[in-house]
Design a protein around this ligand. Structure first.
Ligand SMILES: C[S@@+](CC[C@H](N)C(=O)[O-])C[C@H]1O[C@@H](n2cnc3c(N)ncnc32)[C@H](O)[C@@H]1O
Length: 220
């Protein structure tokens, strides 16, 4: 499928790419993204902010059972990740070009996802930009809605201030999610948590990381 991208550029990303703008208007009803895969009954995992797609590529090759959906709103990274996944012939991965929170809020059906991955999310350090951070009270409520019973959210960051913000939000939504220790991803390398590009870059700089797993509380 060829989708129009910014500045008139297009990229043939095979069946992997979905442009948010090309979806039917959300007033026509919610969408079940599991229907975008050859086998929609498989476990379904979402990554928000896939960057160059390293986690999706590595994890989908190690854990071949789930269907994976990556979101990336930066055109150059979306193009890079989707093309990389296409060239590696990964059949169970799709990439959306657009804002993940917008899709989850306006389009996504309830109770579809087993796991949401959020790795090295943009920290937006200025106070006036905090509203752009992915983790908000409303996002946690939305995660709760789109996750299946017992579904989980993995969060990793290097950023102390963002981590403090996340912890405050997790505490406020304790009726929605229980906290659990984070276990390294199956595809991570020695001493890594997930093995994304940002983790590898920051590890070389000697930065410490924060990580947690949230488990959906069923009767929130
Ligand atoms: C700091 S990078 C981390 C990339 C990758 N997860 C890693 O660890 O290497 C954050 C990425 O998330 C993307 N992003 C941030 N908010 C997003 C959103 N709401 N929807 C889609 N992509 C988003 C940014 O464009 C950026 O590529």
């Amino acid at each position: 499928m060829s989708f129009g991208l910014s500045r008139g550029k297009t990229l043939d990303v095979g069946d992997i790419g979905i442009e948010l703008r090309s979806l039917p208007p959300c007033i026509e009803g919610r969408i079940d993204p599991r229907q975008w895969y050859p086998n929609p009954t498989k476990p379904f995992e979402i990554e928000i902010g896939s960057g160059k797609g390293t986690f999706l590529l590595q994890e989908s090759q190690k854990r071949t059972e789930p269907n994976y959906l990556g979101f990336e709103w930066a055109a150059e990274f979306y193009r890079y990740a989707a093309d990389r996944l296409r060239r590696n012939h990964i059949p169970n991965v799709r990439m959306v070009y657009g804002d993940a929170t917008e899709f989850l809020k306006f389009w996504c059906e309830d109770c579809v996802a087993d796991t949401i991955h959020l790795y090295f999310s943009d920290p937006w350090p200025k106070t006036r930009h905090h509203k752009r951070r992915v983790i908000q009270d409303s996002t946690l409520e939305m995660f709760h809605r789109v996750l299946k019973k017992g579904g989980i959210v993995h969060v990793v960051t290097d950023h102390d201030d963002l981590w403090e913000w996340c912890e405050e939000h997790f505490d406020r939504k304790a009726s929605h999610f229980l906290r659990k220790d984070f276990s390294p991803a199956t595809s991570s390398g020695d001493g890594e948590l997930v093995g994304t590009n940002f983790e590898r870059k920051y590890k070389r700089e000697g930065r410490p990381f924060h990580a947690t797993t949230l488990v959906r509380v069923d009767d929130a």
